[in-house]
Design a protein around this ligand. Structure first.
Ligand SMILES: Nc1ncnc2c1ncn2[C@@H]1O[C@H](COP(=O)(O)OP(=O)(O)OP(=O)(O)O)[C@@H](O)[C@H]1O
Length: 405
């Protein structure tokens, strides 16, 4: 018998649940799409496109809606004889305007004419960029996804102004900047703010009803008929809505639940499979998160787990520092100064392993943070295995470990 064989009872197109799948229809974003369409209207009129700044948390459909609308726009532009080119650049690995310009030039050039990442005068690079863009002609829309990664923002000013400054003659260029960093807008220079944020669109988090519609649409493509009952969709949607209103999270959960059903040889996905899937996802999120921390991060986390087990959380950074220094002493590691230790606490809360809440001292004034654990300590201790060996266990942790056995 073959070791691998296609299993066909549950999924008919599992890839439809993957992040890179582009849905043909967008659901639950009517109002946002309407605003987006009117921001793009100048393109169809043959005018200079408006620059658009689109922001919202992770997984709220910014990329999916942008891809969908630009696809529609291209079709309609062809019908109305508008010469339209769209370029998409993910800025995740680009931190300067120089790098962005090089990337754009290389996207537009044949591979044999590609530039090296460094070593050219800036003016020359800009000149090449204008030549490439002007060579295309017509209307060009450049999408900068994760635009907040660009630290010096001059390119976000220069591109929209290129035509007015006489750098472009044949092309009209507009940019769409996408970001999930709400504070990014404030960090922009006022020049960039007024050009990039000409039209601002905000995508709110999804509620459970919207997530249900998105999941149902995708489940109908990904699974065979009647494999995913209504309550499974409702459960995945409720989970996503409670956490962050993030469609990606709910879709991942549904896919994992489908995998569990396949593994169990079931003929339907059940609510129990969703529960199991949640545990699996949570486990891998934590294991990956902890594995990505440095040794110092592990020691800070272990200090916080100890305090949690002793019932001492939520607690302030100062108390964590004291415990962390004891932990370092036992591990024979030089402790970090409080400020650096707090950076690690910040990272833990960013990863969702810990939570950080701001407190107010009341009349006497002054604000401070309190930290607590936001994760199952069993999982953390498992992931912190080596650190536990190095530092040893306290009574409180021993009790938990005994209890688990
Ligand atoms: N309204 C929607 N209709 C159908 N599918 C959607 C919708 N919104 C999001 N999705 C799906 O959810 C997933 C995440 O959406 P998307 O990548 O657009 O989020 P995003 O806001 O760009 O997030 P990030 O900031 O993390 O890139 C994708 O698989 C996308 O197809």
């Amino acid at each position: 018998m073959a070791l691998f064989s296609p299993d066909t009872d549950i999924f008919c197109e599992r890839d439809a649940l993957r992040e890179d799948y582009q849905p043909e229809e967008i659901v639950g974003r009517d109002q946002e799409l309407q605003q987006y369409v009117s921001a793009l209207q100048p393109v169809i009129n043959g005018d200079q496109p408006a620059n658009i700044f689109l922001y919202g948390k992770a997984g709220v459909g910014k990329t999916a809606c942008t891809r969908y609308l630009l696809h529609e726009l291209k079709d309609d532009a062809a019908e109305f004889n508008v010469d339209l080119t769209t370029i998409r650049t993910n800025c995740e690995d680009l931190s300067t305007s120089y790098q962005v310009a090089i990337q754009l030039i290389n996207d537009l050039r044949d591979p044999e004419d590609h530039l090296q990442p460094t070593g050219y005068p800036r003016r020359q690079v800009n000149q090449w960029l204008w030549e490439e863009l002007d060579g295309i002609g017509g209307t060009i829309i450049i999408v900068f996804d994760e635009v907040d990664h660009i630290e010096d923002d001059s390119i976000l000013y220069q591109i929209p102004r290129a035509r007015a400054n006489g750098n472009l003659e044949h092309s009209k260029v507009g940019i769409i900047g996408i970001s999930n960093d709400f504070k990014f807008r404030e960090t922009l220079s006022s020049k960039v703010q007024s050009s990039l944020c000409e039209k601002e669109l905000q995508f709110p988090a999804y509620n459970a009803n919207e997530l249900r519609d998105i999941l149902r649409q995708r489940a109908d493509i990904a699974f065979y008929d009647s494999v995913v009952p209504h309550e499974v969709i409702a459960k995945c949607a409720a989970f996503g809505a409670k956490d962050a209103g993030d469609a990606r999270q709910s879709l991942d959960l549904l896919m994992e639940a489908g995998d569990v059903a396949v593994e169990r040889d079931a003929d339907q996905v059940t609510v129990k499979h969703v529960d199991e899937a949640r545990e699996l996802l949570e486990r891998s999120r934590i294991v990956d998160g902890v594995a990505g921390l440095t040794q110092q991060g592990h020691l800070v986390l272990y200090a916080l787990v100890m305090l949690h087990e002793e019932g001492e959380t939520p607690t302030r950074a100062r108390a964590i520092q004291d415990r962390y220094e004891i932990v370092c002493d036992r591990a024979a590691v030089e402790p970090l100064v409080p400020r650096r230790m707090r950076d690690h606490l910040g990272e833990l809360s960013m990863l969702g392993i810990a939570t950080r809440e701001e407190r107010n001292k009341g009349e006497s004034g002054g604000r401070y943070y309190e930290y607590s654990l936001d994760t199952n300590p069993d999982l953390l201790l498992e992931a912190l295995d080596e650190t536990v060996d190095m530092v040893g266990v306290t009574d409180a942790i021993q009790k938990r470990l005994d209890h688990d056995i």
